[in-house]
Design a protein around this ligand. Structure first.
Ligand SMILES: *Cc1c(COP(=O)(O)O)cnc(C)c1O
Length: 378
């Protein structure tokens, strides 16, 4: 079945007693036992809750994996996955990584004797060169933040399979509607569902999908042991958001494509990073492996002084962190999302003092372009 259909119908058949079309919010911590040694299948909400389960089964279906897991945030989801590794293990990681993930790896898990090498994962040869005897996994962002580098997930997961590494894909920027990493050979997908999946800038949530049932058992053991689960209300909100994933993304991509082309022609704009532009180095890979190019754009303004001007003058577009929601947001990565990355690395990556990032929403494209136009004007 098409993903748009599957997404719209998450939780549809959950409540057979009343026939409710949406899954109820099971706002309960615990469940009565029918008898000694018996269970309804639910005992305690950390271990399992029907609303969360509807979401977990929904994302597993969208991604084509054995099992899904819902966490209190994207970071909680990623932290839970790192419990698959042991002292001394080494991971290869995308270099222009989400800042929070970099902080988690370096400042938290680094203390537990895990080590990380950061490479340009849009270059398969660089990943291959970074493999060491103690390497256990590749953690790759399918589309990176903020420079929108594209990883060849088919090639990278093939390399991982050959070398016995786990291939973990942070697919936040594309979602299963645009890219299905498990179909291309990856082992695990992880999402900040806060972004496109929930899609309304109103919920913080994380999701994981595991392809192999046995590995999924281990992830479940960690989810239940650590307990950073998503609550029933937020699980419901995430499902509610996911039902419209396909229409939101179709519109967001259409808007992003128009805005990127408009920016590319603007005299006060330098480089425009959008994988939908044929000039973008990752364009061909996404054309082959994905259903679209997403709705994130990064662009350089011609003068550092324009950064503050644009951030202060946009009226339809909000100056705020985060991305993927229905409202268009603009950020300044150097000072915000990527402030924790070392300045030398930022400079090498191109996260400069003239780079702005747009998360394009579902508003009318002409209104967004008019807003950018007046904000960039002299
Ligand atoms: C936002 C984000 C995260 C972290 O998710 P939270 O829900 O904010 O904890 C991880 N990876 C990527 C690519 C993100 O954009």
């Amino acid at each position: 079945m098409n993903i748009a259909t599957q997404a719209a119908q998450i939780g549809l058949e959950w409540d057979t007693r009343t026939g409710a079309v949406t899954v109820p919010i099971y706002q309960t911590a615990t469940f009565r036992h029918p008898g000694l040694g018996q269970s309804t299948g639910y005992d305690y909400t950390r271990s399992g809750n029907p609303t969360r389960q509807a979401l977990e089964e929904g994302i597993a279906r969208l991604d084509g994996g054995a099992r899904g897991f819902a966490y209190a945030s994207g970071m909680a989801a990623i932290a839970n996955l790192l419990l698959l590794f042991r002292k001394g293990d080494h991971l290869i990681v995308t270099e222009d990584l989400y800042g929070g993930t970099y902080r988690l790896f370096e400042k938290v898990f680094g203390q537990y004797d895990l080590s990380f090498t950061y490479v340009d994962t849009s270059d398969v040869a660089k990943v291959r060169e970074a493999i060491r005897p103690e390497t256990r996994a590749l953690f790759v962002e399918s589309l990176t933040n903020p420079l929108l580098k594209v990883a060849d997930i088919a090639a990278l997961s093939g390399l991982c399979r050959d070398r016995g590494l786990l291939c973990i894909v942070d697919n936040t920027f594309l979602t299963p509607y645009l890219l299905r990493p498990l179909d291309l050979g990856a082992d695990i997908t992880v999402y900040s569902a806060t972004k496109y999946l929930a899609g309304h800038n109103d919920t913080v949530a994380g999701l994981v999908v595991v392809k192999d049932p046995q590995l999924a058992e281990t992830v479940y053991f960690h989810q239940n042991s650590v307990g950073a689960v998503l609550g029933p209300q937020d699980s419901w909100l995430t499902i509610r958001g996911m039902k419209t994933l396909s229409v939101r993304l179709d519109r967001q991509q259409e808007n992003a494509d128009r805005i990127a082309r408009w920016l590319a022609e603007h005299p006060r704009v330098g480089k425009v990073y959008y994988p939908g532009l044929a000039t973008h180095p990752g364009h061909a890979i996404l054309e082959r492996q994905a259903r679209g190019f997403g709705a994130m754009i990064a662009f350089e303004v011609s003068d550092p002084a324009l950064v503050e001007q644009v951030l202060m003058k946009t009226r339809v577009i909000s100056f705020a962190e985060s991305l993927g929601g229905v409202e268009t947001l603009i950020t300044f990565p150097e000072a915000q999302t990527h402030a924790d990355i070392q300045p030398e690395i930022r400079a090498r990556l191109g996260i400069s003092n003239v780079l702005l990032r747009l998360s394009v929403g579902i508003e009318d494209a002409e209104d967004l372009i008019a807003d950018l136009s007046q904000a960039l004007a002299q």
